[in-house]
Ligand binder design. Structure first.
Ligand SMILES: NC(=O)c1ccc[n+]([C@@H]2O[C@H](COP(=O)([O-])OP(=O)(O)OC[C@H]3O[C@@H](n4cnc5c(N)ncnc54)[C@H](O)[C@@H]3O)[C@@H](O)[C@H]2O)c1
Length: 246
C-alpha cells in the first residue's frame, strides 16, 4: 500500500477530483480528513469511504477562512494524531468578462483558490516540521500556465498557486517537506459539466480522445503524496490529455 498509515487532509473532497482522490488515498491505506464547505458532499464522501471499510472523518470547512482551517487541523490531530499529507484541492470558478467582474467575485475566487493554500499550508506546516516530513499537493490548473478568456480571477489564482508552490518548495525542501501542484486540463466534474455551450469546445482542444476524469487527477495526487515522489519538489505536473503541448 502506497499510503499505509498516512493521514491526509483533502480539501474540496465533497465532490469531483477531491472525492476521487479521497477514495484513491484510502484504497492505498491512508486515513482521510474530508474537508469541504458542503456538508452534503462531505458526508457522502465519508459514507462512500466507509462502505469500502476505509477510515475518514468529515470536517465542515470554508478554506478561505483562517478560523475554519485552524479548526480543521485541530480536528485532524485530535482524531488521527498527525498530518502527513495536505491536498489543497477546493476551488471555484466564476465566468465573465474581466471588465464586468465585481470586486466581490474577484476576492472570492482569489480567497478560495489561492489564499486557502497559504492558510492550509500555514496550519499544517508546524506539524510537518515536527514530524520531519510532509507532502503538500495542490490542484492548480492549465489556466495558470496558458491563456484562457472569461475566467480572469481563476487564471490569476491558479498562476499564483504555481508561484507559491515553487516558493514553498524551496523554503521547506531541507525539512523534507515536498510541495508540488497538479495542472489538470478539462476534467468532467460539477465545475465543467454545466459550461455554457457544452463540452464540445473542450473536446476539440484535447488531443487525447476523451476528457479527464477525477481519477486521472487522483492518480497524480497519489504519486505526489506518496514516498515515491520524495525527490520531486516545486513541480507542476500537467495532466491535460495534451492540451498544452499543441
Ligand atoms: N474540473 C476541471 O476541469 C478542473 C480543471 C483544472 C483544475 N480544476 C481544479 O480542481 C479542483 C477541484 O475541482 P472539481 O473539478 O473537482 O470541481 P467540483 O466543483 O466538483 O469540486 C470542488 C469542491 O470544492 C468545494 N469547495 C468550493 N469552495 C470551497 C470552500 N471555500 N471551502 C471548502 N470547500 C469548497 C466544493 O463544495 C466542491 O466539493 C479545483 O481547485 C479546480 O479549480 C478543475
Amino acid at each position: 500500500m502506497r499510503l499505509k498509515n498516512k493521514v491526509a487532509i483533502i480539501t474540496g473532497a465533497g465532490s469531483g477530483i477531491g472525492r476521487a482522490s479521497a477514495l484513491a488515498f484510502v484504497r492505498e491505506g491512508a486515513k482521510v480528513v474530508v474537508a469541504d464547505w458542503s456538508e452534503k458532499g462531505g458526508e457522502e464522501t465519508v459514507k462512500l469511504i466507509k462502505e469500502e471499510k476505509g477510515q475518514a472523518i468529515f470536517v465542515k470547512t470554508d478554506v478561505s477562512r483562517a478560523a475554519d482551517v485552524e479548526n480543521l487541523v485541530k480536528k485532524c490531530l485530535a482524531e488521527y494524531e498527525k498530518v502527513d499529507i495536505l491536498f489543497n484541492n477546493a476551488g471555484i470558478v466564476k465566468m465573465g468578462a474581466l471588465h464586468e467582474t465585481s470586486e466581490a467575485d474577484w476576492d472570492q475566487v482569489i480567497n478560495v483558490n489561492l489564499k486557502s493554500i497559504f492558510l492550509c499550508s500555514k496550519a499544517v506546516l508546524p506539524e510537518m516540521l515536527k514530524q520531519g516530513k510532509g507532502k503538500i499537493v495542490s490542484t492548480a490548473s492549465i489556466a495558470g500556465l496558458v491563456g484562457f478568456s472569461q475566467i480572469g480571477p481563476y487564471c490569476a489564482s491558479k498562476g499564483g498557486m504555481i508561484a507559491l508552490t515553487r516558493e514553498m518548495a524551496l523554503e521547506y525542501a531541507s525539512k523534507k517537506i515536498n510541495v508540488n501542484c497538479i495542472a489538470p486540463g478539462v476534467i468532467k466534474t460539477a465545475m465543467t459539466v454545466d459550461t455554457p455551450g457544452g463540452m464540445k469546445g473542450y473536446m476539440d482542444n484535447t488531443p487525447y480522445p476523451r476528457l479527464g476524469e477525477g481519477e486521472d487527477i487522483a492518480m497524480a495526487a497519489l504519486y505526489l503524496a506518496s514516498d515515491e515522489s520524495d525527490f520531486v519538489t516545486g513541480e507542476v505536473l500537467v495532466v491535460d490529455g495534451g492540451w498544452t503541448v499543441k
